[in-house]
Design a protein around this ligand. Sequence first.
Ligand code: GLN
Length: 468
Amino acid sequence: AQSALDAAQAAQDLNAFLHIDPALTLAQASAADAAIAAGTAGPLAGIPIAHKDAFVTRGWRSTAGSKMLADYVSPFDATVVERLQQAGAVSIGKLNCDEFAMGSGNENSAFGVVRNPWDPAAVPGGSSGGSAAAVAARLVPAATGTDTGGSVRQPAALCGITGIKPTYGTVSRYGIIAFGSSLDQAGPLAASSRDALALLDAMSGFDPRDATSVERCDGAVNEPGRIRRDFDAAQSRYDGAGARPLAGLRIGVPAEYFGDGLAADVQAAVEAALRQFEELGAVRVPVSLPRTELAIPAYYVIAPAEASSNLSRYDGVRYGHRAAEYGDLNEMISRSRAEGFGDEVKRRILVGTYVLSHGYYDAYYLQAQRLRRMIAQDFQRALGEQCDVIMGPVAPTVAKDIGENRDDPTADWLADIYTLGVSLAGLPAMSIPCGFGQGSHARRPVGLQIIGNYFDEGRLLAIADRYQ
Ligand code: GLN
């Protein structure tokens, strides 16, 4: 723990860590040491990790990357934080992220951009950019993130590490500062599938404090140990003959994920990975996800709608930033919000309030909900009948330069095209490193996305492990 703390403190230039408190960390470390000595240690005893600042933590500040919560210290731990601590993990601190997890480059944080450890001119991806950068820079072996529309998978891809978003409902949302509640799901970012498995297995499980937490997954109880058992079962299933361990695996390759917007260097790296999977025994099956592009408008109606509702709690009354000067109560609330929220958050609140308002609700919000259902059905057609997993790119390009999209906020929205559909459908999906860009982008990593059917996270991790 001490050497991880030293490394985190020495890596200021990345701006990945927002809050470090050595006394808190060392107290957790000695508790872990005591558990090891007593023979009661959990599976992650003594392993240094760090949490995205969207998870509330007792002791450390919890800001979700927002000025609104700059001084907020939670009186309780999120379920994920609690479970990882029970498993013995030692938290090194809190990690930078886009404000309220809204963004794809960590450029929307009130506390500054995070640099990509592979190339300091590049963004690390977002919104879990601090988590991805901290793992890629080897400051911690694993970190937590949240994924509402891609925020675990995309920063993992852009930083060349492994990240997994489990099936919606697998991991408790209790104590995760809310963005879009029907989409938010936590997942680990780690150096390998096996490390991601260790974290995900410990963080998952039914939690009565989250109304959408799932109690049973495909007949099994949703509890720590379930994903590891599924992983082990898949490992023995995919032990095939010698060099072809994945014999029989059907990989669906959606034509729509290889369209015009996909950069040539990303396509080349993803194609090379698919060929390697074929060498491991898998077969490619062409599939179609015809509403891939429509996931963008559907998501950017539903997520802002939910965000506008979730963020109404920041009124300067109960907690969070309060303006220093105001006349009456209304002015106090509006000034506190005007000062506390950044531009992207205000943009989402405006969109969300608009699509939920009388007269527009049917035209936008209900239409988006219909699309959401059709997108989920498209995935079921492919995964239920034609293939076992779907593979494709995570993002259409390698990491952008810091500042590249500053004047065009919707450019980032369009780049979420390959991750949003999975989130709308609630499916599990992961990102694994599969190469690098070309030319001046030769140091910018490319991620391969592997999408599974509901509750297939253990299987996805086992398949990725065969490749890694
Ligand atoms: N980039 C998407 C957004 O800005 C997804 C963010 C996320 O998954 N938290 O909404």
